[in-house]
Design a protein around this ligand. Structure first.
Ligand code: ADP
Length: 266
């Protein structure tokens, strides 16, 4: 809280007083500090791969190029690190478009079962590789919803790729569609993975927040997947929540308005 006092003195009436202006600066300060934290995070996230690329290109220049086996390993590392930077910058651009509301939603009537089956198809190779069982469970009475298909595909892709990353081989990933008591569509992705410690749950949707920074960075994550998912769901007028039990699994649920053109329910 900032307080400014201005003394008043009127010569004719002799009334004197003070004007006190109370300004709530806490919100402003919080915004400023989260902006600073964000810039520091972005710089750090970009610096890490850049430093690796620099040292590997130096090593190649210093003679590693002569050893074809070593050189091909180094080139592989460089490719992975550039890939990570591209993912990060793509995610950042996406977030900034969502923040500035530039990314207008292009809502269309979408078949829910078809949408979930398409997600499963996109990930079927990775699921097979990890021997993960995929289950789609669409409750009765659900057929279509008005939503931005690209946006919701992105949400589902982020959630499924997390579920895949944090579920050991032989696990199970379930996508469920149900109706909430308020007549909203509820979509969820649950896994039988490693789970998230209780202490981290509160901050898990924050940009760049990760449970185990080093490990999750090695898995190729940018730390922005859940924040992007939350922005897209909010833009639709829905909510996203996450429940998790350590060593048991994680379930992320988001709701979306279920209206087709003309305001009728699907
Ligand atoms: P990342 O790109 O690192 O996966 P996210 O924003 O998608 O970033 O997720 C943030 C963090 O939340 C992850 O780094 C991970 O620690 C944790 N997390 C997200 N989803 C899961 C999950 N299904 N199981 C376990 N941990 C998860």
């Amino acid at each position: 809280m900032r307080v400014n006092f201005t003394p008043i003195h009127r010569r004719d009436t002799g009334i004197t007083g003070t004007i006190a202006v109370l300004q709530d600066v806490t919100e402003q300060e919080q915004l400023e500090s989260s902006r600073r934290e964000f810039v520091a995070n972005v710089s750090h996230e970009l610096r890490t791969p850049l430093t690796t690329i620099k040292s590997y290109t130096e090593a190649l220049g210093d003679g590693a190029l002569e050893d074809t086996q070593l050189a091909s390993r180094f080139v592989n590392v460089i490719q992975n690190e550039t890939g990570r930077m591209i993912r990060l910058v793509t995610d950042l651009l996406h977030l900034s478009r969502l923040d500035s509301k530039e990314a207008a939603l292009r809502k269309q009537k979408v078949d829910i079962v078809e949408m979930l089956e398409d997600v499963e198809d996109r990930f079927s190779f990775q699921m097979q590789q990890k021997d993960i069982t995929a289950v789609i469970d669409v409750k009765e009475g659900i057929s279509h919803a008005m939503l931005d298909r690209d946006g919701i595909d992105q949400v589902l892709d982020n959630l499924i790729s997390n579920a895949l990353k944090y579920t050991p081989d032989g696990g199970k990933i379930t996508m469920e569609a149900a109706l909430t008591g308020q007549g909203m569509l509820s979509l969820s992705v649950s896994d039988t993975g490693i789970g998230i410690p209780k202490k981290d749950l509160e901050r898990i949707f924050e940009r760049f927040y990760r449970v185990d920074k080093a490990r999750t960075r090695n898995m190729g994550g940018t730390g922005l997947g859940l924040s992007i998912a939350r922005e897209i769901v909010r833009a639709h007028g829905g909510h996203i929540t996450l429940h998790s039990e350590l060593e048991q699994g994680t379930k992320v649920t988001f709701t979306l308005p279920l209206v087709v053109e003309g305001g009728k329910s699907a």
